[in-house]
Design a protein around this ligand. Structure first.
Ligand code: MF3
Ligand code: CO
Length: 260
């Protein structure tokens, strides 16, 4: 069948494709829920990655990140001052009070799922860490609230940025959200900063991964020598939440719903 393309190469998905994207994203959501239950002091990020890989295989899906531009693992697990793209390892244990971000992508039946959350290990988290988590998660939902047909992409970006900055936190510029479908990354880029009433008009059938990355300090990022792990340049804490959503005739359809 001929592909219907939106403006600027944005691929509009048919209803049956949205259902395939939902299936992939529901696998991601279920596995993220399971990983949350395993997030205890003494576990390694390598342990969590192995659990994810095994659960993905058990559902007949395939990891989406492994091999992507040479990325070595199934999940990205980023701790404290790490923002995104942390590489799981068995070199250190996760500790009480750590702020851990877990990002997971799968391919199922040819379609991609992608979502992420941050959480504090145990109940000894600092007030700052707790505030950072709640602001980052709420910023994602502020963006989703603007993800409506006839709005523009910049309305999402601006809502996320305004909410984050009004709480005195930094919104990362170096990494952005993205369209998603039969590829992990499709047009458009979905920045978490920008101007309302600008950018492509949102249409039913667009599917977007919205993923604010928020710092407790400055938004500047540094990439470590492993070529992946992105940390805050000033060493401040960071959090990351991500949902894959579809634009519909009504409010956004959260395809990865169920794990936050
Ligand atoms: N959620 C991130 C993204 O969509 C994770 C990508 S990790 C990578 O870009 F290893 F696949 F690059
Ligand atoms: Co993503």
């Amino acid at each position: 069948m001929k592909k219907i393309k939106g403006r600027r190469g944005i691929i509009l998905k048919a209803p049956w494709e949205i259902e395939k994207l939902r299936a992939a994203n529901q696998i991601v959501a279920e596995i993220l829920s399971e990983l949350k239950q395993h997030l205890h002091p003494g576990v390694t990020s390598g342990d969590l990655d192995r659990i994810a890989e095994e659960r993905i295989a058990a559902r007949g899906a395939v990891p989406a990140f492994k091999g992507y531009h040479g990325y070595p693992c199934t999940t990205c697990i980023s701790v404290n001052n790490e923002i995104v793209h942390g590489i799981p390892s068995d070199n250190g244990f996760i500790e009480e009070g750590d702020l851990v971000s877990i990002d997971l992508g799968v391919v199922f039946d040819g379609y991609f799922g992608d979502a992420a959350f941050s959480a504090i290990v145990g109940d000894k988290g600092s007030d700052l860490a707790k505030r950072l988590l709640s602001v980052t998660k709420e910023a994602l939902y502020k963006g989703i609230a603007k993800a409506k047909r006839k709005n523009r992409l910049g309305d999402i970006s601006s809502a996320v940025q305004r909410y984050v900055e009004s709480h005195g936190f930094g919104i990362v510029r170096k990494f952005v959200g993205h369209g998603i479908g039969k590829a992990l990354h499709e047009p458009p880029e979905v920045p978490n900063f920008g101007k309302a009433h600008t950018g492509p008009v949102l249409k039913s059938g667009m599917v977007l991964a919205i993923e604010p990355m928020v710092t407790a300090g400055h938004y500047d990022v540094k990439v470590m020598d492993d070529g992946w792990t992105a940390v805050t340049a000033d060493g401040s804490l960071a959090a990351h939440f991500e949902h894959t959503i579809a634009i519909t005739d009504k409010k956004a359809d959260i395809l990865s719903d169920g794990f936050m």
